[in-house]
Design a binder for this molecule. Structure first.
Ligand code: NAP
Length: 327
């Protein structure tokens, strides 16, 4: 089968189409014939430098496709031919991939494989960080950075639909912000034109926000600290703006009693991802089926055009997900 690997750590030029054996499956696993996969920042970081926790040398962490084979020692209601989507332990940019059966989500009838591949990584991340970790509650205020990103577009919808939060979002263009408004965001800030901490002080009557979903890290440190409420939760899930903060005022963190949590989904255990998938399927899937929440697809690239797909993400122009059409 065809798969995408990295010649050596570096730019998008290092991506190559290579030939592999179809994966063997173990007990409790299924083999998936991949229809679509999607690009994630973690794939780009893994392309540039070995993350140390990906064992599969084929890139990609999420797929949509059909069940091709089920290991005989697997307790599952899935059948060969079922349409499923879900997180895989690497290997998504390929014609076939193995995955734990209990992590497969049945694709609602009304969704195409393209829409389905836009769901697992960003919706599970947004659900996990807003609710499991961030403990977002009914009518609280949440600041979602990079509102036009894959995770941002998912998080805005989840925060509105599940707990009717007041959503403040930042993005780098007015086009992205008007899209965020359509998804339900209440307050929009173009961080290239305005100081987001000043805007948030004015939107919240100087109280700050209850939760920050932070993809940016270092470059936003001080403004995030200024924008968070007393007893606020701050979930750090990306370092697009750098990882080293030169001058941290720990007293400010203490004074505001901030709970700061860092997290990465990809290296989490199979059992964690199984439980997350289960809660997501119960709480969110019905809202997708009922058209209340939508996967957001930016563009679709053929597997052979993987270099262009990575470059498209790296210039920061996508709104929502970049999909790879495999078959
Ligand atoms: N920790 C986890 O478990 C986990 C899981 C999934 C994703 N993530 C992280 O979540 C983030 C979003 O992922 P994604 O796949 O949704 O990304 P994406 O669709 O590629 O969107 C990222 C957006 O972030 C904005 N951005 C980039 N650099 C920035 C900077 N220096 N300052 C401010 N904004 C910047 C850009 O939009 P603008 O035009 O608005 O600048 C860019 O389009 C990534 O950092 C990713 O690594 C973490």
């Amino acid at each position: 089968m065809k798969g995408i690997t990295v010649k050596q750590p570096g730019g998008a030029d290092m991506l190559q189409v290579t030939t592999h054996d179809i994966p063997n499956i173990s007990a409790n696993e299924i083999l998936v014939k991949v229809e679509t996969a999607a690009v994630n920042r973690t794939d780009i970081i893994q392309r540039e430098t070995d993350l140390g926790y990906m064992t599969n040398n084929i890139l990609g962490v999420e797929v949509a496709g059909t069940v091709e084979q089920i290991h005989e020692d697997t307790n599952t209601s899935l059948k060969v031919g079922d349409r499923i989507m879900g997180l895989v332990n690497g290997g998504a940019y390929a014609e076939y991939v193995s995955m734990p059966a209990e992590r497969a989500i049945t694709i609602p009838e009304e969704l195409s494989f393209i829409d389905a591949a836009a769901i697992p990584e960003v919706f599970l991340t947004a659900y996990q960080t807003l609710f499991w970790i961030g403990q977002l509650k009914e009518n609280e205020t949440v600041l979602i950075h990079a509102g036009g990103s894959g995770v941002g577009t998912a998080a805005i919808q989840l925060a509105k639909q599940l707990v009717n939060a007041t959503v403040i979002t930042t993005a780098g263009s007015d086009e992205k912000l008007s899209f965020c408004k359509k998804l339900g965001a209440d307050y929009l800030i173009n961080y290239k034109k305005e100081d987001f901490s000043e805007q948030i002080a004015s939107f919240t009557n100087n109280n700050g926000v209850d939760l920050i979903l932070d993809f940016v890290g270092a470059s936003y440190w001080e403004k995030n600290l200024a924008s968070i409420a007393v007893d606020g939760r701050w979930v750090l899930i990306g370092i697009l703006g750098g990882k080293n903060v030169p001058d941290i005022d720990l007293f400010e963190l203490m004074k505001k009693r901030v709970q700061l949590t860092g997290t990465l989904l990809t290296p989490r255990s199979d059992s964690y991802k199984r439980d997350l998938t289960k809660d997501f399927s119960t709480d969110v899937l019905p809202l997708i089926t009922n058209n209340k929440i939508h996967p957001v697809v930016d563009r679709v690239f053929a597997l052979e055009d993987i270099k262009k797909a990575h470059e498209h993400m790296e210039v920061n122009i996508n709104i929502g997900k970049i999909i790879i059409q495999v078959s």
